[in-house]
Write a new protein. Structure first.
Length: 313
């Protein structure tokens, strides 16, 4: 296993905070440890980004939404970002620095819903929260100063799963199509993890088994198209995609298989498997030049999906 520069340090420091069998702890302790990664990999506050919050009405509860607005940018379009965390961990704060940096590097407004978490709220509750927030964005209910014609749906890990599924929901519920999907380390087949699976750096089979049981506890749910698209999903009429995978990630095959399905449907897709990187290494952007470059490629792809004209650069 050949890691890119800085990645071994990233693994060691991550494991120091969120040790490999953390998933055996009570859920609230897991969430507390996960947030401590922000302290271990602290980033300075991103300049030229305004951050605000709103609440939108979901089907069952109100959904908090965080809005990142680039100061001084003339680019039009919105990134709708769904964070990772196995459907169990994370909050609006856990991915704050990465999302703010995405806003700065793309020059696009980013909207990030703070959806409910499993196991308290399993499938489909988090999805419906995200879908409601997306509808609110497209219906003009959010206080943003940019056109919402071009919406890129994006996410990492379990958030990338929800990004794919929400794009499917948009199609199935006959809403206007999204402009693109930008995915990092998507997990798209949970049947692999019902009874454990292969370990990889920062993502063990036991961890994946735990997350699967929390989010989709029954076999029927695991095989549902909106949980495991690679098992029973249909891929026609989905938006063009940029997919970033990592060579040392046990989920890399999901990225490859999904890109193949999109290609078979004639959908434009760009798949990049970053060598020497591990699962969803967003917090390694300052430790690893390779990850910084991969992140820059991802941000560039988002602007392309938004069809940002050259004069807006």
């Amino acid at each position: 296993m050949a890691f890119a520069d800085g990645i071994q340090e990233f693994i060691d420091r991550s494991n120091k905070v969120l040790y490999p069998d953390f998933y055996k702890l009570p859920v609230q302790q897991q969430r507390d440890l996960y947030l401590r990664l922000n302290d271990e990999f602290a980033f300075p506050e991103t300049e030229n980004v305004k951050v605000s919050s709103q609440v939108v009405q979901g089907p069952e509860v109100q959904v908090p939404v965080r809005i990142y607005t680039p100061i001084g940018s003339r680019r039009q379009g919105v990134v709708f970002y769904l964070r990772g965390g196995g459907f169990v961990l994370g909050s609006a704060d856990s991915h704050h620095s990465a999302i703010a940096d995405l806003c700065r590097q793309t020059g696009l407004t980013v909207v990030a819903p703070d959806f409910r978490l499993a196991p308290e709220h399993p499938f489909p509750a988090p999805l419906e929260d995200c879908y409601a927030a997306l509808l609110a964005l497209r219906n003009g209910e959010l206080d943003i100063d940019t056109a919402t014609d071009a919406v890129i749906i994006a996410g990492d890990s379990s958030g990338a799963n929800m990004a794919v599924v929400v794009a499917m929901m948009v199609r199935d519920r006959q809403q206007p199509p999204l402009a693109g999907q930008a995915l990092i380390s998507p997990v798209l087949d949970f049947s692999r993890w019902r009874h454990g699976g292969d370990d990889a750096p920062l993502l063990s089979g036991g961890e994946m088994e735990f997350f699967t049981a929390c989010y989709a506890p029954t076999t029927g749910q695991v095989r549902h198209a909106y949980v495991s698209p690679l098992i029973s999903g249909s891929f026609h009429d989905l938006p063009p995609a940029y997919i970033m995978g990592a060579s040392e990630d046990s989920l890399v095959q999901d990225a490859v298989r999904y890109s193949e399905h999109l290609q078979q449907q004639g959908i434009a897709v760009e798949l990049t498997i970053e060598p020497g990187l591990v699962h969803a290494p967003l917090r390694a952007r300052r430790l690893s030049r390779s990850m910084a470059q991969a992140w820059a490629r991802y941000c560039d792809a988002v602007t392309r999906l938004a069809r940002v004209p050259e004069e807006a650069y």
